[in-house]
Design a protein. Structure first.
Length: 466
């Protein structure tokens, strides 16, 4: 039966490939799942006691399946030969060179996987785009595979499906175990629909059938970009409102609640902040903008580009407020930065707003004292060196493992990630050990103005005015 999958290979053992395949192996003991990556260190970590990524619940599932029906390996050719179905789950970062630099996603990793499949496949394969890709990427993958098919004597046939991933970091296992929907796009032909049915059967082991949507390939590819664009747009929308609140005396929390009570609008994803971060929102919105430009839909491109414009502006606006509230000069002043991860419950710092706010403050020669419960010093330095220079990081940045030490003698505390533990500190104790007047900048709506002002701090919070 061609709609029954027995062996799955996933190329790319990252934030998506690892957890997704662990969940498939866990829910489908009859399927053998092999996750491969060219990064040996990463594969070694997947095979060790300390997994390369932290996700609540992941370790449990990996330990239950690893060595039974879940394997991690660097042998890409063998994993391709043995699979019925191959997920491509490699990174698709924003391209930094040539045409589309700074906008288009770089598809070189996806293409290299397609070429490896073309080279090593010996029988029929269903190839599944799990990576987030622009519309029509499946067509390029198929061209490479069909060329191999034409030149081969083997019984090669290929079907390419789109199956984007919607998990969020920090809640990956929960999102995978009960997804709002699974989206599968494929060709209309009989072979295409057989391949779609095969992938539907994989998910149907644990996902209710009415949550598995099947569409045309292009709709599926586009839906992933649009879903991220809508989510990012909500944050930019509420962040734009936060500026109106600061200027008028309205409170963005009250406005978000009042607006979100309307069921048509909904209350999720309306937390104003210092700007969204993470590896995907900016990349995917830019990818959508680039697609629109390529299609000469300039007004549509401008519309979505506004989401990015507001996000950059919000980060800049927050950094500017810090400088302005500290009497227009931060040069030589110690500033405690609380939080460097792009959101709570993760050590991931990709595109974190903390990097951008830090950069702006470093341009003003502030001395930064950074604390984050989950991010290593090495990681913070790497991110900041990439945005500034090694020289200025050495001169201006100190990383602390104790928030009280970070705040000692500082002129200000700046909250950049919404870690729960930040709510539990003794801020009166910190205040007493700081330089005075001491200021407090809440970029995450974690605190109430009156509580922080009562301690003696001068308070600035996103979306609220005195
Ligand atoms: P990642 O960087 O964590 O992992 C990608 C892995 O692919 C890396 O380990 C890399 O070594 C490997 N790789 C690249 N080229 C390879 C090749 N030719 N052969 C073997 N291995 C190769 O990336 P990620 O965060 O897992 O994201 C993967 C894709 O999923 C991206 O397109 C992303 O947009 C999308 N996505 C990510 C998330 C998320 O939360 N991180 C959520 C949904 C979708
Ligand atoms: C996001 C989406 O939520 C996932 O559905 C998607 O699969 C994923 O991108 C992807 O394609 O990579 P993720 O980036 O892990 O997931 O995290 P989110 O929880 O969406 O947060 C993104 C950023 O927005 C964070 O910096 C967060 O702090 C910020 N945010 C989120 C706000 O500022 N306000 C909010 O109300 C919500």
């Amino acid at each position: 039966d061609q709609t029954v999958v027995r062996r799955i290979t996933c190329v790319g053992a990252g934030y998506v490939g690892g957890p997704t395949c662990a969940m498939i192996a866990y829910k489908s003991p009859q399927i053998t799942v092999t996750v491969v990556d060219m990064n040996k260190e990463r594969i070694d970590a997947w095979n060790s006691d300390s997994l390369p990524i932290f996700e609540p619940g992941l370790e449990d599932v990996v330990m239950k399946c690893r060595g039974t029906n879940l394997f991690f390996s660097t042998d890409v050719p063998e994993a391709i030969r043995s699979a019925d179905l191959i997920f491509i789950s490699v990174n698709t970062p924003t391209k930094m060179y040539g045409k589309g630099a700074g906008m288009a996603p770089d598809l070189k990793y996806v293409e290299s996987v397609a070429r490896s499949i073309a080279e090593h496949a010996q029988g029929p394969k269903i190839v599944v785009e799990k990576s987030t890709v622009p519309v029509k990427a499946a067509e390029s993958i198929l061209s490479i595979l069909e060329d191999a098919q034409r030149r081969s004597n083997n019984n090669l046939t290929f079907q390419v499906l789109s199956n984007p991933e919607f998990l969020a970091e920090g809640t990956a296992m929960r999102d995978l175990a009960s997804p709002d929907r699974v989206l599968i796009g494929g060709e209309d032909s009989e072979e295409g629909q057989r391949a779609v049915a095969a992938l539907v059967n994989v998910y149907a082991s644990w996902v209710p059938r009415d949550r598995i949507l099947t569409t045309k390939t292009w709709s599926s590819e586009l839906s992933k970009l649009v879903a991220n664009a809508f989510l990012a747009q909500r944050i930019s929308s509420i962040n734009s409102v936060s500026a109106i609140c600061e200027a008028t005396g309205a409170d963005v929390r009250e406005v978000a609640k009042a607006v979100g009570c309307d069921e048509r609008i909904g209350s999720n994803f309306l937390n104003a902040s210092v700007g969204f971060g993470g590896s995907c929102f900016q990349k995917d919105v830019l990818s959508l903008v680039y697609l629109c430009e390529s299609l000469h839909l300039d007004k549509v491109a401008d519309y979505w580009n506004g989401v990015i414009t507001i996000n950059n502006w919000q980060r800049r606006r927050f950094a500017d407020a810090i400088v302005s509230e500290l009497f227009n000069t931060v040069a030589g002043k110690k500033i405690a930065i609380f939080g460097f991860a792009f959101k709570k419950s993760t050590g991931d710092t990709r595109e974190s707003s903390a990097i951008h706010v830090s950069k702006h403050l470093m341009e003003e020669e502030a001395r930064l004292a950074v604390y984050d419960p989950a991010v290593t010093e090495k990681q913070m330095r790497q991110e900041l060196v990439m945005e500034t220079s090694e020289k200025s990081v050495n001169k201006l940045v100190t990383v602390f493992s104790d928030p009280y030490e970070a705040a000692k003698d500082a002129h200000a505390i700046v909250i950049l990630t919404e870690w729960e533990e930040f709510k539990t500190y003794d801020y009166a104790r910190m205040y007493n050990a700081m330089s005075h007047p001491a200021a407090f900048f809440d970029g995450r709506l974690l605190f109430k103005r009156k509580d922080i002002e009562a301690i003696g701090f001068h308070f600035f919070g996103i979306g609220s005015a005195p």
